[in-house]
Design a protein around this ligand. Structure first.
Ligand code: DQA
Length: 182
C-alpha cells in the first residue's frame, strides 16, 4: 500500500505553485505498518495517526522553509524507488524505515546513495525493546538517528535538517557526516 498522507500530492521534487517556488522539498518517508498509527499498539507508538504527524511536519516544515511531502508504503521496492528519486533530486529525507530498519540491506544501499541529509527516525526507542530491534542496518549510512520521542522524533529531525542547512549557508563545516554528503 502506498499513500501520500494528508494531502501530500506533490510531484517528486516539485513545489506547489502557491508557495511561489520559495520552499525547499523535504520528504518524510515511512515504511511498513506505519499507516496503522493511531490504532497500532498505542502503548508503544502513541495515539496520533500518520495524518496527524503529516500535518505537524508540514506546519513545522513550512515555518523552516520546507515543502514537506510525507509518504508511507508497505513495499520495500517502492521505498527504495523513493530513495533513488530523493538522491537524484538532492532532496533531504526524514526516514522511518519501520521493520526494514533491522534487516533490509536493499534499503541501506539505497540510503547510502543519498546526496543530502537523511535522518533515521523512530517513534519508539528500539534500543530499549526486543533484541532484534537493537540492530539498525540504516544508521551507518544516515546523517543521524532520532528515536524514542514519539511523533516529536519527526519534528526534531526536520529541525536538525534545517539547522544544518543554515550552518552550511553561514559557511560552517557540515558535522557528523562521514559519508561526505551535504
Ligand atoms: C519503529 C520501530 C521498529 O522497530 C518497528 O518495526 C516499527 C516502528 C518506530 O518508529 O518506533 O515499525 O520504526
Amino acid at each position: 500500500m502506498t499513500s501520500d498522507v494528508g494531502g501530500g500530492s506533490n510531484p517528486p521534487g516539485g513545489e506547489r505553485a502557491a508557495t511561489g517556488g520559495s520552499l525547499t522539498p523535504l520528504w518524510v518517508l515511512n515504511g511498513p505498518n506505519l499507516s496503522r498509527l493511531g490504532s497500532r499498539e498505542p502503548d508503544v507508538y502513541g495515539v496520533l495517526t500518520l495524518a496527524d504527524i503529516a500535518t505537524s511536519c508540514r506546519t513545522l516544515g513550512a515555518e523552516l522553509g520546507f515543502e514537506v511531502d510525507l509518504r508511507q508504503t508497505d513495499s520495500e521496492a517502492e521505498l527504495v524507488g523513493w530513495l533513488h528519486a530523493a538522491a537524484d533530486g538532492r532532496i533531504p529525507v526524514v526516514l522511518n524505515p519501520a521493520a526494514f530498519t533491522h534487516y533490509s540491506y536493499a534499503l541501506r544501499d539505497a540510503c547510502a546513495q543519498r546526496t543530502a541529509d537523511l535522518i533515521e527516525v523512530h517513534l519508539s526507542n528500539p534500543a530499549a525493546r526486543e533484541e532484534f530491534r537493537h540492530t539498525s542496518v540504516i544508521a551507518g549510512v544516515a546523517t543521524g538517528t532520532i528515536a524514542g520521542f514519539g511523533a516529536e522524533s519527526y519534528l526534531l529531525a526536520i529541525r536538525a535538517i534545517a539547522g544544518r542547512r543554515s550552518d552550511q549557508t553561514a559557511g560552517a563545516p557540515a558535522s557528523a557526516d562521514p559519508g561526505g554528503h551535504s
